[in-house]
Ligand binder design. Structure first.
Ligand code: TYD
Length: 404
């Protein structure tokens, strides 16, 4: 029996993927030691949080060799610029305002705040990406964010008008320590926003590859409202984001004087209609996942059987779950093309598919390409018009296997 990381109530298992390597644990040499943990997701009927049952120590995931760079997608660059613009607009008329971003990565959002001369700070524990943020003129503190770090920031810079984080809050197991830090750092009339993959999208599309070591929590309006209340914060708005396969941005306020946007109730009502507040809402998830894996393996095997070649596109973190659970390795996928310099010539965790440069893909013109970075589908299909014009085909798999 496991217990909820938010409220300590007993939890119910939703799905078990078995032994899984760390999603960003790309290796240099096949045969190298790989850290493996049991990847299981569970649900708390008391506070509605969907969460990993077993977690990986943060230093195994976020270190100076962290491979995830925010700035590898043009679509995400545009998205982060939009986030910055929203903050800048909201801060109009508030002199000397201060913005803190948790997990600022290489600075795709804060660099726009910095360019406007707005006081800011990125809190980023991964040294290599923090260095890149500094090169983008972003002020960075290389630490994990908690009450202690929050107190240090307040002492040096004062309290924050905005505290934000994109694809960060879902990564932090001790999320209470983050919220305790927020209560120290946030001004009474300030606001918090964070965005992460949205549970309802994951359940509706069966997009199980969002489940991996770094994603400890799978947030919904139901669970965020409960979590916020525990820290004297109110969930005042929710805005759906068409990124990362469906994300939700949650806005939180403290103190008095806020109004709750009707969208919050509307989203929560939809979540309830899917029964995401009870185990029944997750009962068929495992079957859908197994169907997709079966269908995908079958499709890839048929293509190989007919003598065509398949490569992958985007050595994403999320593909670690898909490839390992569906048992897709180099016998089916020759290599994965990726535009992140750190990943080139390494091998994927667990299944050991080689990673090659984007130029390799362009020269190669393989018959079939498994779109592992499916969350950037629109951007990639637009970029690869020529590949498709010459007869190349993309294979996608959520909510069902499709060749296009
Ligand atoms: P990302 O979307 O961040 O997913 P995850 O969080 O699961 O890692 O990763 C996208 C990966 O795909 C990243 O390694 C960069 C790569 N990529 C390309 O190689 N070409 C592209 O055009 C895009 C958009 C991404």
């Amino acid at each position: 029996m496991s217990h909820c990381k938010i409220c300590t109530s007993p939890t119910n298992d939703i799905i078990t993927f078995g032994g899984m390597p760390v999603a960003n644990g790309f290796i240099n040499v096949v045969g190298q030691d790989e850290f493996v943990f049991d990847l299981t997701v569970s649900f708390c009927t008391h506070c509605f949080m969907v969460q990993l049952k077993e977690t990986v120590p943060p230093e195994k995931m976020f270190n100076d060799h962290y491979h995830f760079m925010s700035s590898t997608s043009q679509g995400m660059a545009v998205h982060f610029e939009g986030n910055a613009k929203e903050i800048i607009d909201r801060l109009a008329g508030r002199p000397d305002s201060f913005v803190v971003e948790l997990g600022c990565n290489d600075g795709p959002m804060l660099k726009h705040i910095a360019a406007k001369g707005i006081r800011h700070l990125g809190v980023e524990p991964s040294g290599n990406v923090a260095d890149l943020a500094q090169k983008n003129n972003v002020r960075v503190l290389k630490e994990f964010f908690n009450q202690k770090t929050a107190a240090q920031i307040v002492q040096k810079d004062g309290q924050a008008d905005v505290i934000c984080g994109s694809n960060v809050f879902c990564h932090i197991e001790d999320i209470h320590s983050v919220f305790t830090g927020i209560s120290v750092l946030l001004k009474e009339d300030g606001y918090v926003y964070f965005e992460d993959p949205y549970l309802m999208d994951i359940v509706e599309q069966s997009s199980f590859d969002q489940i991996y070591d770094e994603h400890v929590f799978y947030y919904s309006g139901l669970s965020v409202r409960e979590l916020a209340k525990r820290h004297q914060l109110e969930l005042v708005d929710m805005v759906h984001q068409d990124v990362h396969g469906g994300s939700m941005r949650y806005y939180l306020k403290k103190g008095a004087g806020y109004t709750v946007h009707p969208r919050v109730e509307e989203f929560i009502a939809r979540e309830k209609s899917l029964k995401l507040d009870q185990p029944a809402g997750y009962a068929s998830f495992k079957d859908h996942v197994n169907q997709i894996c079966h269908q995908l393996r079958h499709t890839l095997e048929e293509i190989k059987h007919k003598g065509s070649r398949i490569v992958g596109y985007g050595a994403t973190s999320k593909s670690t779950t898909l490839l390992n659970y569906a048992k897709i390795g180099p016998a089916l996928v020759d290599y994965i093309s990726d535009n992140t310099p750190y990943k080139i010539n390494k091998f994927t965790p667990g299944m050991h598919i080689p990673i090659r440069s984007y130029e390799t893909f362009l020269e190669d013109q393989p018959a079939y390409t498994l779109l592992l970075a499916w969350n950037h589908r629109r951007e990639i299909l637009e970029k690869e018009k020529e590949y498709r014009r010459k007869g190349g085909k993309f294979i996608t798999f959520f909510p069902a296997v499709t060749i296009e």
